[in-house]
Write a protein that binds this ligand. Structure first.
Ligand SMILES: C[S@@+](CC[C@H](N)C(=O)[O-])C[C@H]1O[C@@H](n2cnc3c(N)ncnc32)[C@H](O)[C@@H]1O
Length: 428
């Protein structure tokens, strides 16, 4: 069981969720189940679009997540194909509560034995918004007690608790008067794609894969358009883009929590996975349609990006990687495209032509304007003054969270150079 947090602050899989509105019984889908996918704050709309694309019915878009419904295949597909979700949860029970004992009763009424048995290990997490309860730790205990007592009453045995590597994760989420119990279908969070294998390959401050995918979605990039990241580090943004271009589902090289559940439909899952594998083969031809290019000043980062790309199933030539200072970064071809990047913060930018950090960022701005003329540039940063430092005026800004750090994705449009513009029509 995990330690709960103080009521009033959302925690656990909800990150800093602030408005999950789910009062009343869950809407009943035509056939199947109700789910909730969590995501980094600011990426709810692209997540909803992903879920619609796999055939889910989106029921509500709220802070840090999306409620959706569909049959069992939809739950599996969301885990396999969502690049932006952090977790996919199955909604099991919902009810009014006033105190901890109501949570206990809600937990004892839920048919857990349909999903797991007493031999499996369990972890319970609780999070809440405006809950009147004084201790979420105690609420967590009461939910756990309810689950365990139901098993003991029926079988004489109870699941044991494992907070490190549980086979089953249960989440309780409480609003002021309404509590909902969820079963986690994902297991390890979905941003763990399975290709960032060893600790050495994490690079300096790598982005979580689902945040990188969210930046790409917000940039509007699609395969067929060049993409560049001049601070690519371990290659997270480039690899997400490379997998999109090659049609590689993000969950193809990992396992999921639902595979251990008693009601798991192995034949259905095998079919959905096989479809995803076929899409990779079909996508391989498209993969090299436009360059996906990255550079970084650190040769170890470039080596990590290369190894990560290989483990992520990308062809050796899928990414054009180069070790160079940002001042030497060049567009990967004549066609304009999209830069998506998260540069180092403030003074961690190491420029050969040093000077003050502000002057250094001014240099970066000049390189972007000169070398990426006609491109769109999206920069994730926690520095609200970055556009001023770059000497560029943003066209868009989207608030986002990189873990607990409040960031913005600034979007710039760089004018095409004059000589690239069409010649003016001759005067009549
Ligand atoms: C925040 S990290 C990028 C992490 C990357 N998005 C990832 O997921 O791994 C910033 C990167 O900028 C690189 N960097 C710092 N100064 C640089 C410079 N002057 N030119 C190019 N890259 C630089 C660092 O080596 C680091 O890999």
């Amino acid at each position: 069981m995990s330690a709960g947090r103080r009521p009033g602050k959302a925690a656990g899989p909800w990150s800093a969720a602030s408005a999950f509105v789910a009062a009343g019984p869950p809407p009943s889908p035509p056939s199947g189940s109700t789910y909730f996918a969590t995501c980094p704050r600011g990426l709810e709309q692209p997540l909803a679009a992903e879920l619609r694309a796999i055939g889910a019915r989106v029921d509500a878009v709220s802070a840090a997540g999306v409620a959706f419904s569909g049959d069992r295949a939809i739950g599996y597909l969301a885990n396999l194909h969502s690049r932006i979700a952090s977790r996919v949860l199955l909604r099991l029970a919902s009810g009014r509560y006033r105190g901890d004992d109501d949570l206990y009763r809600l937990a004892t009424r839920c048919e857990w034995e349909r999903y797991f048995d007493a031999s499996m290990t369990l972890r319970v997490d609780v999070s809440a918004i405006r809950s009147p309860l004084r201790s979420l730790n105690f609420a967590t205990l009461r939910v756990k007690d309810g689950i365990v007592d139901r098993f003991r009453a029926r079988t004489g045995e109870r699941p044991s608790i494992d907070t490190e590597r549980p086979q089953v994760r249960v989440y309780a989420f409480m609003l002021e008067r309404e509590a909902t119990l969820y079963l986690d279908l994902s297991g390890e969070p979905l941003f763990k794609r399975g290709w960032r294998a060893d600790r050495d390959d994490k690079g300096e401050a790598p982005l979580k894969e689902n945040l990188a995918a969210g930046l790409i979605a917000l940039s509007g990039w699609t395969p067929g358009t060049p993409l560049a990241d001049p601070f690519c580090g371990s290659g997270t943004i480039l690899i997400e883009a490379g997998q999109i271009a090659a049609g590689i589902a993000p969950g193809l090289s990992r396992g999921f929590g639902f595979e251990a559940l008693l009601d798991h439909d192995a034949a259905l899952w095998a079919g959905l996975r096989a479809d995803a594998v076929r899409r990779v083969q079909a996508g391989a031809a498209r993969a090299s349609a436009a360059p996906i290019a990255g550079s970084d000043a650190d040769p170890r980062a470039i080596e990590q990006a290369r190894r990560n790309a290989q483990r992520a199933g990308l062809a050796p030539d899928a990414l054009a990687l180069r070790c160079c200072d940002v001042l030497q970064a060049r567009a990967p071809g004549p066609a304009p495209g999209v830069v998506v990047t998260n540069p180092p913060y403030g003074e961690r930018l190491e420029l050969r032509a040093a000077g003050s950090p502000d002057a250094a960022w001014g240099e970066v701005g000049r390189v972007l304007k000169r070398e990426f003329a006609g491109w769109k540039v999206f920069v994730l940063t926690s520095d609200a003054r970055l556009p001023a430092h770059l000497g560029m005026k943003e066209k868009r800004r989207a608030p986002l969270y990189n873990g607990a750090i409040e960031c913005r994705l600034f979007g710039f449009e760089i004018f095409a150079r004059r000589e690239d513009s069409p010649a003016p029509a001759p005067a009549a």
